[in-house]
Write a new protein. Structure first.
Length: 109
C-alpha cells in the first residue's frame, strides 16, 4: 500500500506544481487554491509512505519522478523546451531511482 500512497503523493505534487505555474504568482484564485490543495494532499500521502519506506528512498522517488513528470507537463502544457542536456540529466535521475529501488538494501522491500 505504501507504493500506492507514494504514487498519489507524486501525482498530487505534479498537479500542484502545474497549478503553481498557472497561478501566475498566486494572482489567479482557482489555480492558487489547487496549489494549496495539491501540496497538502501530496505531503499527507508522502507522510503515510514514510511509515514503512525509508525517508531517503521515499524522497528520492517522490522528487526524482516528480522532476521528470513535471518536465513533461511543462513541455506539453506550457510549451517549455527540453534540450539534450536536460533530457540526459533526467535520464540520470531515473537511473538513480532505479538503482535505489532495485539494488539498494535500504529501499524497504
Amino acid at each position: 500500500m505504501q507504493w500506492v500512497f507514494l504514487g498519489i503523493a507524486i501525482v498530487a505534487e505534479i498537479i500542484a506544481t502545474s497549478a503553481l505555474k498557472a497561478s501566475d504568482g498566486f494572482t489567479r484564485p482557482m489555480p492558487a487554491a489547487l496549489v494549496v490543495l495539491g501540496y497538502g494532499c501530496s505531503f499527507y500521502f508522502l507522510s503515510l509512505t514514510l511509515r514503512t519506506v525509508p525517508l531517503g528512498t521515499a524522497y528520492a522517488m517522490w522528487s526524482g519522478i516528480g522532476i521528470v513528470l513535471i518536465s513533461i507537463v511543462g513541455w506539453i502544457m506550457f510549451g517549455q523546451r527540453l534540450d539534450a542536456a536536460a533530457i540526459a540529466g533526467m535520464a540520470l535521475i531515473v537511473a538513480g531511482v532505479l538503482v535505489i529501488n532495485l539494488l539498494s538494501k535500504t529501499a524497504g522491500h
